[in-house]
Structure formats: C-alpha cells, structure tokens
Design a protein. Structure first.
Ligand SMILES: [Zn+2]
Ligand SMILES: [Zn+2]
Length: 153
C-alpha cells in the first residue's frame, strides 16, 4: 500500500463520512505531522476483496480463507500497517533487517542505533512507510536533530 493510496482512501472516507455523518461518530484522523496514527486500523487500509487476497497480490482465496491467501501475505501487510501506524517495534524490526544496525550516515555499527525519519515528522514525514526511515548512530542522530532545530530558528 503506497502513501498515495492511503491518501486516496482517506479522501474517499471523508466523502463517505459526509454522506452519513449522522450515522457515524467515528472519524479517522490521519496526519503526516504526527508520529503515531491512533485510529488507523488494518481493515481500513486493506478492506476485504471478494474471492481474492486483500493484500493486492491477486491470489485467489481457496478453501475457507476469507481475507489472506497465505500467512506471508498476512505478515507482510501487518508489518506495513504497523509501520504506517508508527509502531516503534515494527519499525525497528524492519529497519534492522535492512541496515543491520549500521549508521547510514557514517557507516559505523552502533548497538544502540536509532530509527530516524529521513523527512522529519515536523516537515510532514509522519504516516510513512519504511522507505522514510534510516538507521543512525546516536552521534549522527544527535547531529541531525541539532541541525534541524537550528534551521527552524
Ligand atoms: Zn496476498
Ligand atoms: Zn553515524
């Protein structure tokens, strides 16, 4: 699921909400300027597709499957969803698979590495997939944060 698709869904959702605004008290509020997306749920991002896997892989649902065609599809989607939602564990797990704890700025391995938003949340980098995250060592992360704060003054 791309960010574009998320935005499209949200737009569609808004229209739906306007039509039945007397029926629903729940409104999903997503923001690129927030680190966590509280109301975001899996069913919203990946609605069931009749007869086919909801992940979009195109596989036909056989047997008694109702949503995902395989455990892999289910896991992949859950990881993407948790990352978009801002779940720290999911972000760190995925990022470690990619960077193995090596700082993308200076190349040094740091066992207390941090997950950095490449485009900061304050600049609209929230509500993002793993492609907006990078591993930084404590030193480089501090430096980056310092420079960002300075450029905001
Ligand atoms: Zn699938
Ligand atoms: Zn570094």
């Amino acid at each position: 699921m791309s960010l574009h698709q998320v935005k499209k869904n949200r737009h569609r959702d808004k229209n739906v909400n306007m039509v039945k605004n007397t029926l629903t008290t729940f409104e999903l509020v997503l923001s690129e300027y927030r680190r966590y997306q509280k109301g975001l749920n899996l069913a919203y991002l990946y609605p069931s597709i009749n007869g086919h896997c909801a992940c979009g892989c195109g596989n036909v649902l056989d047997g008694r499957k109702t949503k995902w065609s395989s455990r892999e599809c289910n896991n992949k989607v859950y990881s993407e969803f948790a990352i978009l939602k801002g779940n720290t564990n999911a972000i760190r797990k995925k990022l470690f698979e990619i960077d193995n704890g090596f700082c993308r700025n200076c190349g040094v391995y740091d066992e207390s590495w941090e997950a950095d938003h490449i485009n900061p949340v304050s600049m609209g980098g929230g509500l993002c997939g793993i492609d907006n995250f990078q591993t930084l060592c404590l030193y480089c992360h501090k430096e980056k944060t310092k420079n960002q704060t300075a450029s905001h003054r």
